[in-house]
Design a protein around this ligand. Structure first.
Ligand SMILES: O=C(O)c1ccccc1NCC(=O)[C@H](O)[C@H](O)COP(=O)(O)O
Length: 199
């Protein structure tokens, strides 16, 4: 089970996620209580070992903005939330980095990973980063084909049940590993990774 811990903003967050065995860490470079500037993201990225994927998270910023921020942050993958047309993914393909397409279950109906050229599909709650669980059964009998991450209101307490219900390739969390909005808890990160990996 691939585990991404999102919304990191301090060196202690990064150390906790890496020590816990996370496969990917996310830095939010868009409007959010977890927003970090690209320069800080770059500093944090330098503490991440090669085997852990570093991801910059955006909402609907123009491709030129994404391109510049990704270069400044030095991350190794890009996650796009919102209503990006296929052209936006095509436009960023020359970055040579894996693209993660983040969408909600309602919008993802019938979607498969790779439809817009993305490496990974992320199926989230309607509002990203809000910590709101949704009905995983909404995906119905036809979950997406290919590599996809389940997100939205996951926590150490519910991640195992979510994995059983939806059979994702991986999971992604932010609020569920925070002691208060925007502040990660190292023990919660460790618990989440343990629960997801042993589900
Ligand atoms: O985290 C945010 O505040 C955020 C803001 C804007 C776009 C994306 C954002 N987060 C992206 C993530 O990958 C979150 O981990 C994912 O939405 C799950 O969040 P949560 O329900 O809080 O676990």
């Amino acid at each position: 089970m691939f585990v991404k811990i999102c919304g990191l903003s301090t060196a202690a967050d990064v150390a906790a996620a890496v020590a816990a065995g996370a496969d990917a860490v996310g830095f939010v470079l868009t409007d959010s209580p977890r927003r970090v500037e690209a320069g800080l993201a770059r500093e944090l990225v330098t503490a991440v070992p090669e085997n852990v994927l570093t991801v910059a998270v955006f909402r609907e910023e123009p491709a030129a903005y994404v391109r510049a921020a990704v270069g400044a942050a030095g991350v190794r993958a890009v996650q796009l939330h919102g209503n990006h047309p296929a052209a936006a993914f095509a436009e960023l393909s020359d970055l040579g980095l894996p693209l993660i397409r983040a969408t909600s279950a309602a919008k993802a109906a019938g979607a498969d990973c790779g439809d817009l050229g993305e490496e990974l599909l992320l199926i989230d709650a309607p509002v990203p980063g809000a910590g709101e669980p949704w009905d995983w059964a909404e995906l119905g009998a036809k979950p997406p084909a290919g590599k996809w991450l389940l997100a939205g209101g996951l926590s150490p307490a519910n991640v195992a049940a979510a994995i059983t219900a939806a059979s994702p390739w991986g999971v992604d969390v932010s609020s569920g590993v925070e002691i208060r909005r925007g502040v990660k808890g190292p023990a919660l990160i460790a618990e989440f990774v343990r629960a997801a990996k042993s589900a």
